[in-house]
Design a protein around this ligand. Structure first.
Ligand SMILES: Nc1ncnc2c1ncn2[C@@H]1O[C@H](COP(=O)(O)OP(=O)(O)O)[C@@H](O)[C@H]1O
Ligand SMILES: [Mg+2]
Length: 320
């Protein structure tokens, strides 16, 4: 996994500036690079917890291709329309795709199941999607991201007000979390320097990765500082303004809890960002039961360990 994509970083088209300055919703994205680590589980449960706390909530299944939140939330049958219909302009308003779930105040914009190549989006499609998600009429909007570092995934992660990176204690998941963060940071940097001479430097730096050892955003910023200290400072400040939140999921042993802190210090040292380790969620046998029951854990087993930790994370964020 690398930040570089076939479209090139020269035209990142990350439309941060063109988006409405004050979105109506609090948009949260749940990502993490690897599949099967609990992104959807956490997105569904954070959304259910938000709805149960009285906040009208919309969960967006942005796993274009591998969507299954409708099943986890007890939506019967195949949803009439989904996010793909909006992306392909068959719907003019994203809210039209939202369906009620079994949970009061929680609606779902279903994703696309099994559409090959569905993750590949054009810049106008991405721009339209980001804007629509931010304009959804809800108090909380939670976006469940796909695995991988596809542009649409990174952009949704970057424009959300709260961005969660999920990992499990497994080395492979941690590796993917770093790759995901690295890709996201490079994409943000590319958007920040787009159109300036630095864009070329960024491209070159990424090209030369092997030889010159430019591997991390931290290295890159050090390189920029050699040319232009002021610009490096501007980029550093822009990166520091967004603090992704880290959740360690499926924790089975006490020492795995500390993992979040070591990931945080690696990110500070090499990526130039200060991750907010918001908490962990234990591996809980009630999770598969809740999936079988087609209800989120916080609804089906509210007193389970897992539900407890999720509510703890939720309260921490809502209290801020
Ligand atoms: N904390 C947990 N305890 C037990 N099982 C979990 C936990 N988190 C996730 N799972 C299970 O792991 C599997 C993958 O979770 P999922 O949310 O689909 O991952 P992702 O969206 O990252 O691909 C699912 O079967 C889910 O029920
Ligand atoms: Mg998922």
């Amino acid at each position: 996994l690398t930040a570089r994509t076939e479209e090139g970083l020269a035209q990142p088209a990350l439309p941060l500036e063109s988006l409405a300055p004050e979105p109506t919703a609090r948009v949260w994205a749940v990502g993490g690079g690897k599949g099967g680590i609990g992104k959807s589980f956490l997105a569904a449960n954070l959304a259910a917890a938000a709805a149960r706390s009285g906040r009208p909530t919309i969960l967006v299944d942005a796993d274009l291709g591998g969507a299954n939140l409708h099943t986890c939330l007890g939506v019967r049958g195949v949803p009439r329309s989904n996010l793909g219909d909006y992306l392909d302009c068959r719907l003019s308003d994203l809210e039209q795709a939202a369906v009620d779930t079994a949970i009061p105040r929680l609606r779902l914009v279903p994703g696309v199941l099994g559409r090959i190549g569905a993750l590949e989006t054009s810049p106008p499609q991405r721009q339209r999607l980001l804007k629509a998600i931010r304009e959804l009429p809800a108090e909380v909007v939670i976006v469940d991201l796909a695995a991988g570092v596809e542009r649409s995934t990174l952009d949704l992660f970057l424009v959300s007000e709260q961005s969660f990176v999920v990992t499990t204690p497994e080395p492979t998941a941690i590796e993917n979390a770093y790759a995901f963060l690295r890709a996201a940071i490079f994409r943000r940097l590319a958007a920040l320097v787009s159109g300036s001479p630095l864009a070329e430097l960024l491209d070159d730096a990424l090209d030369a990765r092997g030889e010159r050892g430019v591997l991390t955003p931290g290295d890159l910023l050090a390189g920029v500082a050699e040319h232009d200290a002021g610009e490096a400072e501007r980029l550093r400040a822009a990166l520091a303004a967004h603090r992704p939140r880290l959740i360690v999921n499926q924790v089975r042993a006490q020492d795995e809890v500390k993992l979040g802190f070591s990931i945080r210090s690696v990110c500070r040292k090499h990526f130039g960002i200060d991750l907010d380790y918001v908490g962990y969620v234990s591996f809980d046998d009630y999770v598969w039961r809740s999936v079988k029951e087609r209800r989120p854990l916080v609804v089906s087993h509210p007193n389970s360990d897992g539900a407890l930790y999720i509510r703890r994370i939720m309260n921490k964020i809502l209290d801020e």
